[in-house]
Design a protein around this ligand. Structure first.
Ligand code: GLU
Length: 577
């Protein structure tokens, strides 16, 4: 340790002057890194509290990955009395899309996700704003902060301006590729590592553009590293990782002075006091750079949690969800189809933590917020996203939502996605609530309502404006029988009939027209009948609701009301059905 300190001291003495001159030349004035360090003091939170963040780039495409990350981050913070914040990573101006941050916040709000700190909608006016004392939360507004830490690095000899032109970089790359060497700026390729303040000044005055690069070899305690060796990092999801130490002089500030992801991430997550960085596995390969940067800046790194990619089954193979091929990748899909946020939450938890389904079985009535998620139980390779499974889970979740509440949800959806249905649903609110409630009581409640669009299609026949004849009459019932059955049905119809009386009448009609009153009689002697009572019910069902399948007719009739039942049975012209 003593020897190490002596070396460090000598090194500092030699280069201190030039480094400080360079730092002052590149970043005249401005607050110091120490000042920011004090300004953004460590948070006063209970021990173990997680500070998490979502760092979306405002590219305009808001997808399942964003939502998945948002849930994980929100949950980690919520279950530990921590903080979940939203930071907009808008330093890549080429990719930025106007209004993308608003769309993201709106989409997340649909799924019940609001960050308690960071970029948000302003309470008044609804415009976009920020809340919290660790901001600004738009990276594009944090220029001075990045520059102060860049200055600190330059003054310590750990970063330097590099004037390599695009052309020179291209030549270096070609040479490295030819020699099968790692590509990038390092070792002898790092031509501007030693440039003195005078040279730099001259170049800047001549209008040469430069980037700021990390002086990789000086990072690890100021000693050059001949053999980069391995670093060990404990990933929250993947456990112990052994990675090659970074040797590249990566870019920290681009020619426009804006930070790269690497630099902004390090500075921001340190100053915002992030404890857990949950991000996609595509960042795993740059982890050594980030570890080097934390080391260079003298910060303790956060706990990294690299999530696996979201995949789907396509034929027999698992593949990455694709923006081009899979509409279900976009969050707008779930909003337009009207998936209930509670269903999405329930499903996401099943793919977030491998033990969630087991927990759910043991606690069928618990709130998802009672489940304690752990990063260790997150998948390390290809998380399978299965739309069918989401729809099934959704049916379970919706079966527990009271019909009144579901009616409100459906009406909201219609207001957004099917405006022509809104006045009908509002006018027929009672019908709507009762239609949603069909067969939901009892021990075995029906589970066929999945998402708003499907629910609307499922119950649309209750409303005259949306009633269509979708299915034909049963094939074994000729047109004249259809007419005769319906005529008899209408004549004998009494809206006050109890269900058994009502069904006896149908049996009677069946027998009168040569159909067995009981399916088992038909099965015994099929040659004696044209069909059985089920076919007769289907005729009535198709006339009433336009479909061969529906919940209990008797219950449906009570909801439709006598007038509508008589009108539909009476108006039925079944030629061609
Ligand atoms: N802006 C980065 C992205 O959208 C964020 C990654 C991270 O969470 O650190 O991929």
């Amino acid at each position: 340790l003593v020897c190490h300190s002596v070396l460090l001291y000598n090194y500092k003495m030699m280069s201190n002057n030039n480094n400080q001159q360079l730092a002052d030349l590149l970043f005249p004035g401005g607050c110091t890194a120490d000042w920011y360090e004090t300004l953004y003091a460590p948070r006063m939170l209970p021990p173990g509290a997680a500070v998490t963040r979502l760092g979306p780039s405002p590219t305009g495409f808001i997808h399942l990955g964003n939502l998945f990350m948002a849930y994980v981050n929100k949950k980690l913070a919520a279950q530990s009395d921590g903080v979940f914040l939203l930071r907009v990573e808008d330093t890549d101006q080429k990719r930025e899309v106007e209004g993308a941050a608003e769309s993201l916040i709106t989409a997340l709000a649909y799924f019940g996700i609001r960050a308690e700190e960071g970029v948000c909608f302003e309470a008044a006016g609804g415009g976009i704003g920020e809340q919290g004392t660790y901001g600004p939360y738009f990276q594009s507004e944090r220029g001075d902060i990045y520059h102060s830490f860049a200055k600190k690095l330059v003054s310590e000899g750990k970063a330097y301006p590099c004037f390599l032109t695009e052309e020179e970089l291209g030549l270096i790359r070609a040479e490295q590729e030819r020699g099968k060497l790692p590509t990038g700026i390092y070792g002898a390729y790092a031509k501007y590592r030693g440039a003195g303040a005078d040279e730099v000044k001259r170049r800047i005055e001549a209008g040469e553009r430069y980037v700021l690069r990390l002086y990789a070899d000086r990072v690890y305690s100021g000693l050059p590293i001949a053999d980069p060796g391995t670093i060990r990092v404990r990933d929250g999801i993947r456990g112990e990782l052994a990675l090659p130490r970074n040797v590249m002089d990566v870019v920290l500030l681009k020619t426009d002075g804006l930070p790269t992801y690497h630099f902004a991430h390090t500075v921001d997550d340190h100053l915002m006091r992030t404890t857990h960085v949950v991000r996609g596995e595509e960042w795993l390969s740059s982890l050594p750079i980030h570890i080097a940067l934390f080391e260079a800046l003298g910060f303790a790194p956060p706990i990294y949690c690299h999530t696996a990619l979201l995949m789907k089954m396509d034929g027999g193979t698992k593949r990455k969800l694709s923006k081009r091929k899979d509409p279900e990748l976009a969050l707008s899909y779930y909003i337009a189809e009207g998936y209930h946020p509670a269903a999405i939450e329930e499903y996401l938890l099943t793919i977030i933590n491998s033990n969630y389904e087991e927990w759910r079985e043991a606690h069928p009535d618990a709130k998802p917020s009672d489940f304690v998620m752990t990063t260790e139980k997150m998948g390390v390779s290809g998380i399978l996203f299965d739309l069918d499974k989401l729809q099934n889970i959704s049916k379970d979740v919706l079966a527990h939502i009271p019909a009144q509440e579901l009616a409100g949800f459906l009406t909201e959806w219609a207001g957004r996605e099917k405006p022509e249905a809104l006045p009908v649903l509002t006018r027929e609110w009672d019908t709507l609530v009762r239609a949603l409630d069909v067969g939901r009581g009892g021990d075995k409640p029906r589970k066929d309502l999945s998402y708003a669009k499907q629910i609307f299609d499922f119950i649309s026949y209750f409303f005259d404006e949306f009633f269509r004849r979708e299915d034909p009459m049963p094939e074994n019932v000729p047109a004249e029988d259809v007419r005769a059955i319906l005529t008899d049905y209408l004549a004998s119809y009494d809206h006050a009939d109890a269900r058994d009386v009502w069904f006896e009448k149908i049996r009677g009609i069946a027998e009168a027209h040569g159909y067995a009153a009981k399916p088992k009689d038909y099965k015994k002697e099929p040659e004696r009948y044209k069909g059985h009572v089920g076919d007769v019910s289907t005729v009535i069902r198709v006339a009433l609701v336009g479909r061969a399948n529906s919940p209990d007719i008797c219950e449906i009739q009570q909801i439709l009301g006598e007038a509508r039942v008589r009108a539909r049975i009476g108006a039925a012209d079944f030629k061609g059905l």
